[in-house]
Design a protein around this ligand. Structure first.
Ligand code: SF4
Ligand code: MG
Length: 314
């Protein structure tokens, strides 16, 4: 609720603060128990920062993050440590997130050790179970990360996240680094595990096509703000925000007639350290009006829990 994360920018001879990057700038949304909420946007739009702020891997500058009614931003370190059992994260680059010097057993049992769960023997058994659950074999337990493919490493990352039976898993572009053929295997696995373990996912991706099949609702972020949030069908079939429309029409379509109304995004994403005034999308929006340059549109419900931040719908 009202989540903000500003990073200081330092520069010059004395490395003084020369500016601020508003990585997340007043973002509010709800994640319902048992759902998969997709969050999509180009790199630098603040989606990872939002995900990490939920777990307080990054301290938010402002705002609340309520998990089962408790504001996690106000918890002590000890309370937060306990709560981390319920909230886990799967990272984009499985290789970078697995310690190359540790074998798989040690990697997957790490969260159990941190939370003081089980005896050594119980942890070993749990690791063997988890390896099977993610489609690997318990005989892999003594191997090291470099002995696995990218897809297998992501399976290991998933097993590690599940070790403590979390309720919420932040999935930060878990398939972006993988080959397309492997992506769908991992997505299918994650969907199955979600049901089996009664999980809730916030699933971050830079591409709307990745989250299309698995999400219940999808939020679209642009320059640190949530610009549209709706049920999956509404978002893909009746997108309202010009940015969402542009993202959707950038997805290659096999039907040549459909190309007629393809909308190509012009220009680069502006620098988040110097975002445009008003609606931050106005520099690239084909429907920009005068008001867009000065007034920031609020995210509002335009009916049926379809939220959009755009003056066209005011
Ligand atoms: Fe485009 Fe204006 Fe809507 Fe922003 S508020 S998306 S500039 S029409
Ligand atoms: Mg990211």
């Amino acid at each position: 609720n009202g989540l903000k994360k500003y990073f200081d920018v330092h520069g010059g001879f004395l490395s003084k603060k020369v500016g601020e990057v508003k990585a997340v700038d007043d973002v509010s949304f709800t994640v319902y128990e048992g759902e998969i909420l997709g969050i999509v946007g180009e790199s630098g739009c603040g989606k990872s920062t939002t995900g990490k702020s939920i777990l307080r891997l990054i301290e938010p500058t402002e705002g609340e993050v309520k998990f089962e009614g408790r504001d996690v931003t106000k918890l002590s370190d000890e309370e937060m440590r306990k709560l981390r059992r319920d909230m886990q994260i799967i990272f984009q680059d499985p290789y970078a997130s697995l310690n190359p010097r540790h074998n798989i057993e040690r990697i997957i049992s790490e969260p159990l050790l941190v939370h003081g769960i089980g005896t050594k023997e119980e942890r070993r058994k749990k690791v063997a179970e988890l390896l099977e659950v993610v489609g690997l074999s318990s005989y892999h337990a003594n191997r090291y990360p470099h002995q696995f493919s990218g897809g297998q490493r992501q399976r290991i990352g998933i097993a590690r996240a599940l070790a403590v039976n979390p309720k919420l898993v932040i999935c930060d572009e878990p398939v972006s680094a993988l080959d397309v053929s492997v992506q769908s295997q991992i997505l299918n696995l994650m969907e199955d595990l979600k049901d089996e373990f009664k999980l809730t996912y916030v699933f971050i991706a830079h591409d709307l096509s990745v989250v299309k099949h698995i999400s219940d609702r999808v939020g679209v972020m642009y320059l640190g703000r949530m610009v549209e949030l709706a049920g999956k069908d509404a978002l893909y079939e009746e997108p309202k925000h010009p940015y969402t429309k542009a993202l959707l029409s950038a997805v290659p379509v096999p039907d040549p007639d459909a190309k007629a109304d393809r909308m190509i995004l012009e220009g680069d994403v502006p620098s988040p350290s110097n975002p445009p005034s008003g609606c931050t999308f106005h520099t690239r929006c084909p429907e920009c009006m005068d008001i867009c340059k000065t007034e920031r549109p609020a995210l509002q419900d335009v009916g049926d829990d379809h939220f959009v931040a755009c003056h066209l719908y005011n």
